[in-house]
Design a protein around this ligand. Structure first.
Ligand code: SF4
Ligand code: SF4
Length: 490
């Protein structure tokens, strides 16, 4: 077993006051209750309030604010939404029902279902115009509570977060660029720890719901930042540590866990070398582009062409075809093609190069797209957030006035909306994309360095470099097009 340690000394759980609050037994519950109150407000106003999206708390808070703020939290800290996720609150009741229920099926212990759920969620969003319907947005939130509850009630562990939830899947991949990560404070304490309560739990505390073992965590993938591990550890040995930028994408020296020997070896990657996980990274990137593309004029031309060619007027079917092509087929074909070429080019230069099967090469390089993919999503969600963040003020005023409260004025100020000018937003988008591309390029070059010789590394990374460049240029092109201003006062 390999032991992983944080690379810096900053530990959020050691910050006076805040650390104590985060580790407090009821700390997460307090955050969840606040989020639950917001979720109930979304449901209430979505079902009973004005059905014009730009005047309803459900549509504005979910499709403008949640998405913008979650990206900011991921960039500055980590997976804070999952930390305060209200959908897992009915767990205690569900656990009572499930008792010692069954384990999640072995065949589903991977990310294939999560990839399908993420693509399905994005398709639902576009095909049913969720952004334009407060009523459907409210039902989406209700559906989330129901799905989480049912899976918790049927299975003894917590499969919803790790294997199903599209929001969690999105946050897991996006948080791989985040600056904070769970880690063991002292390796020697973990080596001699008998109960391993961080993962096993104890009669008083829960262990890790997604079954991560603290001293072996190298990635934020699958970590909900719930801090159950920190509360469960009897040795106070869990840190929420700062790490070097992009450290997940750079091979690191690690020490054997069990023996305590000082010998080091080079880790291939922080990510497991699996088809499903690597494919998820690619889908995350292509879905970011497809989702933004879905709000630009060319998508309507493409949909009309397909509609004529196929003789159907079903928008759901047309969008399923477009998204299936852009989010699934394209990343699969281009990713496999890049892996095949990378393998051949590297080996042609140096037969001793650090090659491997197609799966190993695919899984080694595909995750390096994550910083660029994050940038694409960030650019998209911040385009909407920066263009409409202040809309929440008149929407809240309107809600209060409708309920007889004039605390924030007797007339909503519908002129409020943007927090940045259009030019500034476009500059932000370009800066995000440039930073994302350069970060992916850096991760790619560090990954290729494990190929052996410099020439082999250069040749092996070429197909991936070409693919990341195409993605970055496509993103710039899409964000240069006029984009629908969703969730805003027109
Ligand atoms: S319970 Fe604490 S000391 Fe034991 S293995 Fe987990 S993090 Fe290490
Ligand atoms: S390692 Fe597990 S228990 Fe700890 S914060 Fe992450 S998901 Fe929660």
């Amino acid at each position: 077993m390999a032991l992983h340690q944080p690379q810096t000394s900053f530990d959020l759980l050691r910050v006076p006051g805040l650390g104590r609050l985060l580790r407090w037994r009821w700390g997460r519950l307090v955050m969840q209750l606040v989020m639950l109150a917001l979720a109930l407000l979304v449901i209430y106003d979505g079902l009973t309030g004005p059905q014009l999206a730009s005047q309803n708390i459900a549509a504005v808070s979910v499709w403008v604010h949640y998405r913008g703020l979650v990206m900011l939290a991921l960039l500055l800290a980590g997976n804070l939404f999952c930390m305060g996720c209200p959908f897992t609150l009915p767990r205690t009741l569900a656990r009572r029902i499930s008792g010692r229920g069954r384990r999640w099926p072995q065949a589903l212990r991977n990310k294939w279902l999560a990839v399908g759920a993420l693509v399905g969620f994005l398709w639902l969003y576009e095909a049913f115009d969720l952004w334009a319907s407060p009523w459907l947005t409210a039902w989406l939130v209700i559906g989330y509570f129901a799905a989480s509850f049912v899976l918790e009630a049927l299975f003894a562990e917590s499969p919803f977060c790790k294997y199903v939830c599209p929001l969690g899947t999105f946050n897991f991949v996006a948080s791989t660029i985040s600056p904070l990560q769970i880690a063991a404070r002292r390796a020697d304490v973990c080596r001699t720890c008998v109960g391993k309560e961080c993962v096993n739990g104890s009669p008083q505390t829960l262990g890790c719901g997604t079954e991560l073992f603290v001293p072996q965590i190298k990635s934020n993938l699958d970590c909900t930042f719930c801090l159950d591990c920190a509360r469960a550890c009897p040795h106070d040995n869990v840190a929420l540590a700062a790490r070097k930028p992009l450290s997940e994408f750079i091979p690191l020296p690690v020490r054997p866990f069990a023996s305590g020997a000082a010998a080091t070896r080079l880790a291939a990657s922080a990510w497991p070398q699996r088809w499903d996980v690597a494919f998820l990274a690619l889908v995350f990137a292509f879905a970011g582009l497809a989702n933004a593309f879905g709000m630009t004029p060319p998508v309507y031309t493409l949909a009309a062409t397909l509609s004529r060619a196929l003789g159907t007027r079903s928008e759901a079917l047309i969008l399923a075809l477009i998204f299936g092509l852009l989010m699934v087929l394209l990343p699969a074909a281009l990713g496999l093609g890049a892996a095949w070429l990378s393998r051949r080019l590297g080996a042609a230069q140096d037969r001793r190069a650090n090659r491997g099967s197609l799966r190993v090469v695919f899984a080694r390089y595909a995750p390096t797209v994550a910083p660029l993919a994050f940038a694409i999503w960030f650019a998209h969600y911040w385009f909407h957030f920066a263009s409409g963040a202040l809309t929440i003020v008149p929407v809240t005023q309107n809600f209060l006035i409708d309920h007889g409260v004039t605390l924030l004025g007797s007339q909503p100020n519908w002129s409020l909306g943007p927090i940045m000018s259009e030019d500034a937003v476009f500059l932000l988008v370009l800066a995000a994309l440039a930073t994302g591309f350069l970060s992916s390029l850096y991760a790619l070059s560090r990954t290729a360095a494990a190929e052996g010789t410099l020439k082999a590394a250069r040749r092996a990374m070429l197909p991936w470099l070409a693919l990341w460049m195409i993605l970055a240029l496509a993103a710039i092109l899409i964000f240069s097009l006029p984009m629908e201003m969703r969730g805003m006062i027109g």
